[in-house]
Every structure is written in structure tokens, then in C-alpha cells.
Design a protein around this ligand. Structure first.
Ligand code: CMC
Length: 389
């Protein structure tokens, strides 16, 4: 039946041809559609980056106004999604579990989503998904802490609106500190795409069956829910809390070297150099802490980085801080609970997932269907139950 390559976890398999994100892990380079991540983080905004990922080019002023308008006016979710669906969860439901389910449920509200080769319908679903993710995310958080739902305030920009839905407690409106809004925008840009990671692969695999984009996106969210993917920044905070003080850092690093656990937020399957996103995040962290006050775990993190980067164990294995090492410290300083960390990853990654979904459909790709190496029993005869031992 032909030649197959055994490549569990696809470590040596390019499963598609993509023009969206360029990643050179040895050199520590990340570009979206050719634009270096450093330049985008400095000069762009999340919504512009989302447009770039999806359309391949930066928008003109007119295109951007239209894009922003469309996203802004699709931020509301159907009342039944909130009242019947989200409020039906157990009182202590994890917000990421709620998000995974709510995204899947959206496919039942937009039946036109099944028409994936109708470009008008396709674009409408893309806009709906990017627009509604912050609303669903904030609704899941408010429910899980017993706070009333806050409707979108469409006079605000994307990130400011999300922060308002998260934190608003009284009328007339909630206005987040502009430094925090910008920091969130930068974090969203850094998380928008990362080529064929686990969740994007899930989006492509499910999308290859021509499922609607909400169902495919729910699969991508589910992949992100796993601690090996979207949960690493939460693990960093737990690790730093466990270390407890700067004096304990050397002993902790030694225990990692002896094989007791891993340094969370260090190492990457593709980056064998400093993750370029981690460098940007480190700068952003200083700006955020100037407003929120320093996260007390920062000094432990800095000490840990200093010791690890000078240690032969980490140097020889090319283990550097990754995007998650500092992002959790920022989110925590901004007031987000740990359970919201994967949700904060899912919001911006939605644009990347959708860009890959569109690219895959436009390439008229086949349904994803890998083969296997069978290692089970040889042919044998059925044994009736009363004769089994
Ligand atoms: N701390 C200590 N040792 C490590 C670490 C670490 N964080 N990461 C890898 N190693 C060691 C590992 O023990 C192995 O050593 P040896 O050759 O002696 O057996 C060597 O480095 C290679 O490890 P690997 O598991 O083969 O590497 P991988 O490419 O399969 O794993 C990784 C990549 C990200 C899963 C891993 O580095 C890790 O577990 N890091 C900590 C968790 C983390 O920060 N994850 C976030 C990843 S970035 C976000 C995302 O893209 O979703």
C-alpha cells in the first residue's frame, strides 16, 4: 500500500504549505506575512494584525475602518447563549471549558456557517468569531465568579471593550488604564499565530472535513485547553509561587537538573534560541508593573532566568525562556485569575486559526487522514463468553 513514514507527533512532517507565519527556531525569528513580530508589536494593533493574517496584506485606512466597524458591531452574543447556555453550567465551571462549549454552540445559532464555500458567509463567520470571543470569555469569567454579565460597550476599542466586560462594576462605564489596554493589545498580537502548533493543527484537521468554522474553532480551543499548550503560563505562576523567594532559586534549579520536574516557561519544540516574543513581553511587563505595582514573583523569575541562562544544563540543551515565562506575570498583575490564562490565549489565536482555515479551504486540500503502523493481535477466532478465562 505504498511507503509510510512513522512520525508520531509530526516532529518531522510538514503537513501543509502555508504563507502565513514564518518561524526560524534556531535564529529566534517570527514573522507574520513577512513582517517581523518586533515591528508589529511596536507599531501595529491586534485588529490590524488579525486583518493581516487573514488577508495577507496590511489594510488601507479605508479597509481598516470597515474591518473595525464590522468586528465592533458583532460583539454581542445571542441572549440564549448567555442566559440558557452559559448560565446552565455548574457554578464552579472552568472558564476555558465554558469557552470551548460556547464556541461549538455558536454553530447552532448561525446555520449559514455551513456554507463554507460561500465567501460572503465565510467572511461573516470570521468577523463573528473574532468579535464574539472576548464577549464569551468575559461572560465565562463573570459567571465563574458569580458576577453579573456586562454587555459590550461598542464605543470602546477591542481590548478596552474586553477589559470593560471583565471588570466593570458600576455605571456609567469602565475605562481601563491606557497602558494596560496597550499591553493587552501587544500580548494579543504576540499570541495571534504560531504556524502549525497543536491547536492550529486541530483547526486544520477538523476543518479539512468541511465542518463549519465554529465547530473547528471549538476543537482548536479544546487543544489549547491542555496544559502542554495553553496552560504553560499558569504552570509558571504555580512554579514561582512554589519557589517562594529568590534564595530558594538555586536549589530549585538544581532539583530540575536532577530530573525533578521541568523549568516551566523554558524550552520550546521549535525555538532553540530566545523566543522573540519573550523579549517583547519582558519590556511590556515593566510598563504594566509601573501601573499595577510590581508582581512580587518578578524578582524570582528574573533570578531564575539569570541562573538558568548561565548553567551548562540549560545552555547545552538550548533551553531559553519562551512566551509563557513572563506573560502570566503580566496577566496576574492585571488581575486575571489563573483559570483565565488559556482563555486569554484563545481570544487572539482565533484570528490565526481562521487564517489557517481559510488558507486550507482555498488550497482545496484533502481530508486529513494519516495512516498507522498496526501493532495489535494477528487474526484470531472469536471465543464465546462462557469459554473465556
Ligand atoms: N526544564 C528542564 N529541562 C527541560 C525543559 C525544561 N523546561 N525542557 C526540555 N528539557 C530537557 C529535557 O529533559 C531533555 O533533556 P535530556 O535530553 O537530557 O532528556 C531535553 O531538554 C529535550 O527535551 P524534550 O522534551 O525532548 O523537548 P521538546 O521539544 O519535546 O519539548 C517543551 C518542548 C516546550 C514541551 C519542553 O521544553 C517543556 O516541557 N517546557 C516546559 C513547559 C513550557 O514552558 N511549555 C510552553 C511551550 S511554549 C507555548 C506553546 O507554544 O504552546
Amino acid at each position: 500500500p505504498g511507503i509510510w513514514f512513522f512520525d508520531p507527533a509530526f516532529m518531522a512532517t510538514a503537513a501543509c504549505d502555508s504563507a502565513i507565519t514564518y518561524l526560524d527556531g534556531e535564529a529566534g525569528i517570527l514573522r507574520y506575512r513577512g513582517y517581523p513580530i518586533e515591528e508589529l508589536a511596536e507599531r501595529s494593533t491586534y485588529l490590524e494584525v488579525a486583518y493581516l493574517l487573514l488577508h495577507g496584506e496590511l489594510p488601507t485606512a479605508e479597509q481598516f475602518e470597515q474591518w473595525k466597524h464590522d468586528i465592533t458591531y458583532h460583539t454581542f452574543i445571542h441572549e440564549n447563549v448567555r442566559k440558557r447556555f452559559l448560565e446552565g453550567f455548574h457554578y464552579d465551571a472552568h472558564p476555558m471549558g465554558m469557552l470551548v462549549s460556547a464556541v461549538a454552540a455558536l454553530s447552532t445559532f448561525y446555520l449559514d456557517a455551513k456554507d463554507i464555500f460561500n465567501l460572503e458567509s465565510r467572511n461573516k463567520q470570521i468577523i463573528r468569531l473574532i468579535a464574539k470571543m472576548p464577549t464569551l470569555a468575559a461572560a465565562a469569567h463573570r459567571f465563574s465568579v458569580g458576577m453579573p454579565f456586562v454587555y459590550p460597550d461598542n464605543s470602546l476599542d477591542y481590548c478596552a471593550n474586553f477589559l470593560s466586560m471583565m471588570w466593570k462594576v458600576a455605571e456609567p462605564r469602565y475605562e481601563a488604564h491606557p497602558t494596560l489596554v496597550r499591553a493587552l493589545d501587544i500580548l494579543f498580537m504576540l499570541h495571534a499565530d504560531h504556524e502549525q502548533n497543536c491547536s492550529t493543527t486541530a483547526m486544520r484537521v477538523v476543518g479539512s472535513s468541511h465542518a463549519d468554522p465554529y465547530s473547528a474553532c471549538a476543537a482548536a480551543c479544546a487543544a489549547l485547553y491542555g496544559p502542554r499548550h495553553g496552560g504553560a503560563n499558569e504552570a509558571v505562576i504555580r512554579m514561582l509561587t512554589q519557589i517562594g523567594s529568590m534564595e530558594n532559586v538555586p536549589a530549585f534549579v538544581e532539583s530540575v537538573k536532577q530530573g525533578h520536574g521541568r523549568l516551566q516557561g523554558f524550552g520550546h519544540r521549535v525555538y532553540k534560541n530566545y523566543d522573540p516574543r519573550a523579549k517583547i513581553i519582558k519590556r511590556t511587563a515593566d510598563e504594566v508593573f509601573a501601573v499595577t505595582g510590581k508582581n512580587p514573583l518578578l524578582d524570582i523569575a528574573l533570578k531564575l532566568e539569570e541562573i538558568a541562562l548561565a548553567d551548562e544544563y540549560f545552555v547545552s540543551r538550548k533551553l531559553y525562556p519562551n512566551v509563557d515565562f513572563y506573560s502570566g506575570l503580566i496577566y496576574q498583575a492585571m488581575g486575571f485569575p489563573l483559570e483565565m490564562f488559556p482563555v486569554l490565549f484563545a481570544i487572539p489565536r482565533t484570528s490565526g486559526w481562521l487564517a489557517h482555515w481559510v488558507e486550507m479551504l482555498d488550497q482545496d486540500s484533502k481530508i486529513a487522514r494519516p495512516r498507522q503502523i498496526y501493532s495489535g493481535a494477528e487474526k484470531r477466532d472469536y471465543v464465546p463468553m462462557d469459554q473465556r478465562s
